[in-house]
Design a protein around this ligand. Structure first.
Ligand SMILES: *Cc1c(COP(=O)(O)O)cnc(C)c1O
Length: 373
């Protein structure tokens, strides 16, 4: 096998998955045009049932985005003005935005240096009499230990809203992402493990009251009697996106398996390299939304990989307590030393279903050679 000088390896290539379900996507489009259920309606109902069955919960509610899923789930859990919600400092901004959208205050905690998941001792230490909920973030496709999170929540009377936006199909100790907490929140942003051809999101729950409240919030505060009982939002999952997602959902298990195969090959190929490989908790079924390694000379490595046609990313370059949007929370440098140290060395390697083994080998060889330039 020869990889020519002009090799280009995308960070994410959605084209390959779309080719694999091209017929189904076209059928889905035609179906929606023909049946005319554009916002909510038959396709959304069907996708909600199918997604609930996939996750293993009794209710699933389609919304406009993962951010809105978090926002509505928190509100349905009673989070509002004056409350505090504890979450990881190294997540996508949306997790904290959703808390602020409720009028509540994000309280950040540091992370575990090996898994990059929220430090659960720090969660317990951050509880105050204003704490209303915890948002464990199943970062990069690996679940937080929900058994421990639920114990902490019960001890302090808190709600648990899972940010499963990177963890469709992940599980830990046999428990699927999105079922252990009071609610689970998923994003269908195109590059997620299950992605729409646009924006979308889902709340999962076993709680009928949370189900009803989220259904109302997504649709202008309308209840089952069609009365507007509160000022809600216009954040309905589109029928077209639901139909396209229905075409992709049957492939999700195979696509996650493909990601795990690429991850295993990265591990084998990089075993003797200086980069730090991601840690998998022994009871975790990791679905590798991202494959994140650590390197001392991270920025040099990235530019050498770019020279060899390998696209990379950083997730996330700035921990939320140092982002301008959250400056008024009053945090500063040094507050979360582990996260601050980790973000300086992380780099996300190409990872998506149908990433070719030869491409993984090319990335790994490029990393090994980058040290010798
Ligand atoms: C993608 C993502 C979100 C938000 O999803 P959107 O659909 O973009 O609103 C929230 N949390 C995490 C961890 C994410 O990765």
């Amino acid at each position: 096998m020869t990889v020519v000088e002009s090799t280009q390896i995308a960070f994410v290539d959605l084209d390959r998955q779309h080719q694999a379900v091209a017929v189904e996507l076209n059928d889905a489009f035609r179906r929606v045009v023909d049946n005319g259920s554009f916002t909510l309606g038959t396709e959304v109902d069907a996708f909600e049932s199918e997604f609930a069955a996939y996750v293993g919960c009794s209710h699933a509610i389609g919304v406009g985005s993962g951010t809105d899923a978090l926002h509505f789930a928190l509100r349905a859990c009673g989070v509002g003005e004056g409350g505090e919600v504890i979450t990881a400092v190294n997540t996508f901004a949306a997790t904290a935005e959703a808390i602020v959208m409720c009028g509540a205050r994000p309280v950040f905690v540091d992370i575990d240096e090996s898994t990059y998941l929220m430090d659960l001792d720090a969660v317990e230490a951050a509880v105050t009499d204003k704490t209303r909920a915890i948002i464990p973030v199943h970062l990069y496709g690996q679940c937080v230990d929900m058994g421990l999170v639920i114990k902490i929540a019960r001890r302090h009377g808190l709600k648990v809203v899972e940010d499963a936006c990177q963890a469709h199909g992940a599980s830990r100790g046999g428990v699927n992402a999105g079922v252990a907490g009071d609610a689970g929140c998923f994003s269908f942003y195109p590059s997620k493990n299950l992605g729409a051809l646009g924006d979308g999101g889902m709340v999962t729950t076993n709680d009928a009251a949370i189900d009803a409240r989220v259904r109302s919030l997504r649709n202008h505060g309308e209840d089952s009697r069609r009365l507007h009982v509160e000022v809600g939002y216009c954040s309905r999952l589109h029928g077209l996106q639901a139909a396209l997602l229905r075409a992709k959902l049957p492939m999700l298990t195979a696509w996650n398996a493909s990601r795990r195969e690429a991850a295993a090959l990265y591990r084998a190929e990089l075993a003797d390299s200086p980069v730090v490989l991601p840690a998998e908790a022994p009871d975790a079924h990791h679905v590798y939304h991202l494959f994140v390694v650590r390197a001392d000379e991270r920025d040099t490595l990235r530019s050498r990989l770019a020279d060899r046609g390998v696209q990379t990313g950083i997730h996330y370059a700035v921990p939320l307590h140092l982002e301008p949007a959250f400056a008024d929370l009053g945090y500063g440098h040094g507050d979360f030393p582990v996260a601050e140290r980790v973000v300086r060395s992380i780099v996300s390697l190409p990872m998506f279903p149908y990433l070719d083994p030869d491409e993984v080998r090319h990335v790994a060889r490029s990393i090994r050679e980058a040290g010798h330039d």
